[in-house]
Design a binder for this molecule. Structure first.
Ligand SMILES: NC(=O)c1ccc[n+]([C@@H]2O[C@H](COP(=O)([O-])OP(=O)(O)OC[C@H]3O[C@@H](n4cnc5c(N)ncnc54)[C@H](O)[C@@H]3O)[C@@H](O)[C@H]2O)c1
Length: 332
């Protein structure tokens, strides 16, 4: 019988409901929720038979959960995470970690002082196929990476028709393509070839109706000696998320929609495909929940430790600064 941890989900909107369902699917968690919207709180509590449903964080934290999953808009993450850390709760924080660096040092200190587990919910780190491709890169089988190219796009209004009414419409609450979708791609890229230490970006609002935030992003990156090129839009019809890593002795490519990674080590030869087991979006989140519970149980390191989340936050901010100033940005 696996031990069950008390897990508080804060904010049960779109992603919070998914975390609730997916932590539930692990069978390893006692779940409670915190949600300011009374109607939503009742709907979700009824739907998932949650008996502890709190309307504010202070009240919820007084129930002393073992861990808190923070699923509110990004500008609220740091204050909520810090309050939770102060009562000794471990943390799974939705991406992006924040919209600025304010409060990060104090949160880092609190986590360190209380030796808490903290992970940022960059869910592609739970992807079995991407994980396998990363292991192949790290094994040295294809030689050292020299270049990374990511090509991503999807029709955001199709997947989130209400985008105009959410945090997405305003950068201050974590909106726009850079902080919302592109941050997943950057974090995955950093996981594969190391942190971005310099970049130059061009971003624009090209298509999406009813918002003014950028929906199209182009970024050139440097990860030490590795050169990178990342692009994403939120309006094209094809739904694609592909990351190619060119290594000195071979090329590997992750193709999310095909649920495969592939490699080629001889010029102009056929791709060798490594296809993963069928998986849906909930499966990824359930794997992420399992990994987080494993880290609470001391069985593994967090999938995306706080420092990696801070690094990607710094990249988000550098992209916005670069686009504004039209200058290269250096990240220390
Ligand atoms: N990993 C992913 O694939 C993914 C997908 C979508 C969103 N996200 C991230 O998750 C976060 C939330 O996004 P969302 O789409 O679920 O937003 P959402 O607006 O659907 O839900 C946020 C919820 O937080 C609640 N809330 C706000 N302030 C609160 C407070 N003080 N106390 C309790 N509840 C509060 C709101 O009432 C709302 O129900 C964002 O950071 C977003 O970037 C991640």
């Amino acid at each position: 019988m696996k031990e069950r941890n008390s897990i508080l989900i804060v904010g049960v909107g779109s992603i919070g409901e998914r975390h609730l369902r997916c932590f539930g699917a692990t069978g390893r968690a006692e779940l409670s929720i915190c949600e300011v919207n009374a109607h939503l709180r009742k709907t979700i509590a009824d739907r998932y038979e949650i008996t502890q449903a709190f309307e504010n964080l202070d009240e919820a934290l007084s129930s002393r959960p073992a861990a808190v999953v923070i699923c509110t808009p990004a500008h609220l993450h740091i204050a909520m995470a810090t309050a939770a850390a102060k009562v000794g709760a471990h943390l799974l924080i939705e991406k992006p970690l924040s919209t600025s660096l304010d409060g990060i040092a104090a949160l880092r200190e609190e986590i360190k002082r209380r030796t808490l587990i903290a992970s940022i919910a960059y869910v592609y780190r739970a992807h079995p196929v991407l994980t396998k491709m990363r292991e192949a890169i790290l094994s040295g089988r294809f030689g050292p990476p020299v270049q990374i190219v990511a090509t991503c796009g999807q029709n955001f209004p199709f997947f989130r028709p209400a985008y105009r009414e959410t945090y997405y419409k305003d950068r201050a609450s974590g909106g726009g393509a850079v902080q919302d979708a592109f941050t997943h791609v950057i974090n995955a890229g950093e996981w594969l070839v190391g942190p971005v230490n310099a970049l130059v970006a061009d971003i624009g609002h090209q298509v999406l109706a009813g918002v003014e935030v950028e929906d199209t992003v182009h970024v050139l990156t440097r990860h030490g000696s590795v050169m990178g090129c990342f692009s994403l839009n939120q309006h094209q019809s094809p739904n694609e998320f592909a990351i190619t890593v060119i290594c000195r002795h071979g090329t590997v490519r992750f193709e999310n929609q095909q649920n495969r990674w592939r490699w080629m080590a001889e010029p102009d030869s056929p791709w060798h495909d490594e296809v993963g087991d069928q998986l849906d979006r909930d499966t990824l989140f359930t794997l992420q929940a399992e990994a987080f519970l494993d880290s609470l149980d001391g069985h593994r390191a967090p999938l995306c430790p706080l420092e990696a989340g801070i690094q990607t936050l710094e990249v988000n901010l550098a992209i916005l600064n670069s686009a504004e100033s039209r200058q290269w940005q250096v990240i220390n």
